[in-house]
Write a protein that binds this ligand. Structure first.
Ligand SMILES: NC(=O)c1ccc[n+]([C@@H]2O[C@H](COP(=O)([O-])OP(=O)(O)OC[C@H]3O[C@@H](n4cnc5c(N)ncnc54)[C@H](O)[C@@H]3O)[C@@H](O)[C@H]2O)c1
Length: 340
């Protein structure tokens, strides 16, 4: 009997054993080894070594060889491909609109990323608040603490953390920050059902009030065409002078030029960034600000998280093979999935 194929596109590092168990007797797992897009397409088609692929496990590392899963790539996939199990919470490298048109479902890996990314945001917030990254750079440069801004900083205790996008990561950060305790306020597209009372919701009509309250604004909204530049010049201006901006979502969710201008004039007190608009390049202007704590997109870089993400992406594909659908269908495709 010929088994359907699951194509592993990009890194699968930690869950080899789990992969064997999940697909035993169910699918033939093939590793994509194409060095470019043309070879990838050629091998998906009849007679190619990926022929019979019904589901693709995708890691962002596959973009190095075949590029992102844009419209052209999705349209060129053979009709047999029905599921893309993306390894990552953010799926902005996949054109979900093109997937919808072609009837391909995309799943991501929420929850698996929450601890590692929320603790990254926590680190950025603490470092930005207390000048810790600046202190380390001063010490490593042999200058003890002479580089550190002279003004003493404040404790986080009693300050207000404003969360833009209370999903899995935002809520995990809220739980951690509450321990200081900080006051937690959030703005999302809608009130989050089941959010505890200590997480205070500010809807669109109270957005200005929300921004004005923030000692720290931490960004967790996903990157989509409508959220590009969501944190605009106007929004940044509504933060109080000296507020801190933290971003572990995606670089393009913030208007970077506006962020830099706000640092230049001292409107923002500090920033903590894990993500940038054109990774891996980083705007050299950012490097000039002593009050910027900068990480090279390390949000999910723990073994625990990486393994949980791989297993979750593969489990979605396994569930698709057995039950017709996995649990983590991205919001834009949930309607389509109900018709399956
Ligand atoms: N730095 C990293 O390594 C790293 C790791 C994982 C995830 N991420 C990024 O973090 C983002 C959030 O991840 P998550 O798992 O918490 O996602 P999630 O889907 O659980 O939460 C996102 C939240 O943002 C809200 N939202 C959407 N549009 C909004 C808008 N216009 N205004 C305000 N809120 C809005 C949603 O309602 C939801 O509550 C991902 O999209 C991903 O890009 C980064």
């Amino acid at each position: 009997m010929t088994l359907p194929r699951v194509l592993i596109c990009g890194d699968l590092v930690w869950a080899h054993e789990e992969s064997k168990q999940l697909f035993h007797g169910l699918a033939d797992v093939v590793r994509m080894d194409s060095l470019d897009r043309a070879d990838f397409f050629a091998n998906l088609n009849q007679g190619g070594k990926y022929e019979g692929t019904v589901a693709i496990y995708r890691n962002n590392t596959s973009a190095e060889h075949v590029g992102v899963f844009d419209r052209a790539l999705i349209e060129a996939l053979p009709p047999g491909v029905r599921w893309i199990g993306h390894n990552g919470a953010g799926y902005d490298q996949i054109d979900v609109d093109a997937c919808k048109k072609k009837g391909i479902i995309v799943s991501n890996t929420p929850v698996a990323v929450d601890d590692a990314t929320a603790t990254t945001a926590l680190y950025l917030m603490i470092s930005a608040f207390r000048h810790f990254s600046q202190g380390e750079r001063s010490l490593r440069g042999g200058r003890w603490k002479s580089d550190i801004s002279s003004s003493l900083t404040h404790d986080l205790t009693g300050k207000t953390l404003a969360i833009l996008g209370l999903g899995g990561i935002g809520f995990r950060l809220a739980e951690l920050a509450r321990a200081f305790p900080m006051r937690i306020v959030y703005h999302s597209r809608k009130k989050v059902e089941g959010a505890p009372d200590w997480c205070e919701y500010f809807g669109q009509e109270r957005l200005d009030e929300f921004l004005g309250l923030a000692d720290v604004l931490s960004v967790h909204a996903p990157l989509r065409p409508d959220t590009e530049g969501l944190v605009s010049e106007e929004m940044i201006r509504k933060l109080k002078k000296g507020a801190i901006l933290v971003n572990t979502a995606r670089g393009k969710v913030i208007d970077e030029a506006a962020l830099i201008r706000a640092l230049e004039v001292g409107h923002l007190g500090a920033v903590g960034l894990d993500v940038y608009p054109n990774e891996p390049s980083v705007n050299p202007r950012l490097l000039d600000f002593p009050n910027a704590t900068l990480l090279p997109h390390m949000g999910t870089e723990t073994r625990d998280s990486q393994k949980k993400m791989e297993v979750r992406a593969l489990t979605n594909i396994r569930d698709f093979l057995i039950k017709g659908k996995g649990i983590d269908i991205v919001p834009e495709l949930r309607d389509l999935a109900t018709k399956l």
